[in-house]
Design a protein around this ligand. Structure first.
Ligand SMILES: Cc1cc2nc3c(=O)[nH]c(=O)nc-3n(C[C@H](O)[C@H](O)[C@H](O)COP(=O)(O)O)c2cc1C
Length: 337
């Protein structure tokens, strides 16, 4: 192994959970359903997360929550992420999820959505590291599995406090820390602050898993090199691109870029993903959920805007398959980009 390659083959340990890969599929609300997780696992993802669960709404036992929790033997190891700020709802949610099989319980202190932070949940908790410490202490005390927290670098550029937040979180007895290298005010744009992640890594003794702009093998390596993080969580880089797990893994091991999938491989995966989405959600919702994936799978393709527009009207499997086939033919004639 070259001296400047990341030790992708060494292990990442979160509590009792031992992972062979340092790459994790980051939770994404509205995206990380069972078909999406299984597809990414096929391409080398090891630990994946269920879509974020709101502790308060879980106490109403909605059908949607029950569906989010559906998993299977091939969907392992698996993490669940909880959002909340009130102990009674968090404990109730933990009681519900204790009936499910999963390996990591992550607590969300990173979500930037306005209606969530207004309720004192998600990223608003980084404004109050002591409260976060108390909530995490309660979760650790009542959890049978490894507990982690996801934080951001701070609320805004004038209040970057990830180091302090991470120390309070560690003090609660958690087994690992995820950090999205942006402030709450940045949302999902602007540059990732590698320096703050590095400071957090230096300050704590628990594993630090970094998130933010891991969109390519080179950016993954940059994250490891610049921060010294123990693991990396991939989010938008996996949208329409499950190949990223193999690509990053190979690059970290030997610095080589593997061949990109050709159009036939992309179309095959699109059709598989569409069918899995329909099997899981039913035809109507399965097709609707797949619409955005069509755009992601075809990102950068030559003149495909008209096909994307058509998907917004697709209602049945046949509608979507016809668009995918027409797009395949178009790319066959004009090339990928
Ligand atoms: C559509 C979408 C939904 C997301 N939902 C969640 C979520 O429920 N929980 C969470 O911790 N992060 C969520 N994130 C944040 C990602 O997990 C990740 O931390 C962030 O996008 C930065 O990584 P990236 O730049 O590689 O996308 C979401 C991101 C996106 C794009």
């Amino acid at each position: 192994m070259g001296i400047d390659t990341v030790k992708e083959c060494s292990m990442l340990k979160i509590g009792k959970l031992k992972l062979k890969s340092k790459l994790i599929l980051s939770p994404m609300a509205g995206i990380s359903d069972l078909p999406f997780r299984l597809l990414n696992r096929k391409f080398g993802c090891e630990l994946a997360f269920v879509e974020m669960l709101n502790a308060r709404s879980m106490s109403y036992k909605s059908k949607k929550t029950a569906q989010m929790l559906i998993s299977g033997s091939k969907d392992r190891p698996l993490g669940i992420q909880l959002l909340g700020s009130e102990p009674k709802f968090i404990l109730k949610a933990m009681d519900i999820i204790s009936h499910y099989k999963f390996d990591v319980l992550d607590f969300n202190a990173a979500c930037p959505v306005r209606k969530i932070v207004r309720r004192g949940e998600g990223a608003s908790l980084i404004k109050n590291p002591k409260k976060l410490n108390q909530l995490l202490g309660l979760i650790v005390k009542n959890s049978a599995v490894a507990v982690t927290v996801k934080i951001r670098t701070g609320w805004d550029k004038d209040s970057v406090n990830a180091r302090e937040t991470a120390l309070y979180a560690q003090d609660a007895g958690i087994d690992g820390l995820f950090i999205h290298g942006r402030t709450r005010m940045q949302g999902y744009s602007g540059s990732v602050d590698y320096g703050v992640i590095r400071d957090v890594k230096k300050a704590v003794s628990i594993p630090v898993i970094a998130s933010g702009d891991i969109l390519s093998p080179q950016l993954a390596k940059k994250m490891f090199d610049e921060t010294g993080c123990d693991g990396a969580a991939i989010a938008r880089g996996a949208l329409g691109n499950p190949w990223i797990f193999k690509e990053v893994s190979a690059f970290l091991k030997n610095g080589r870029l593997i061949k990109k999938p050709d159009i036939n491989q992309i179309i095959k995966v699109m059709l598989e993903h569409l069918d899995a989405s329909i099997d899981f959600h039913g035809e109507h919702l399965g097709v609707i959920r797949f619409r955005k994936f069509f755009s992601w799978y075809t990102k950068g393709f030559y003149k495909v805007r008209c096909f994307r527009k058509k998907t917004s009207l697709a209602k049945t499997r046949d509608d979507m398959v016809n668009i995918i086939k027409a797009c395949h033919k178009h790319v066959g004639e004009h090339g990928l980009s």
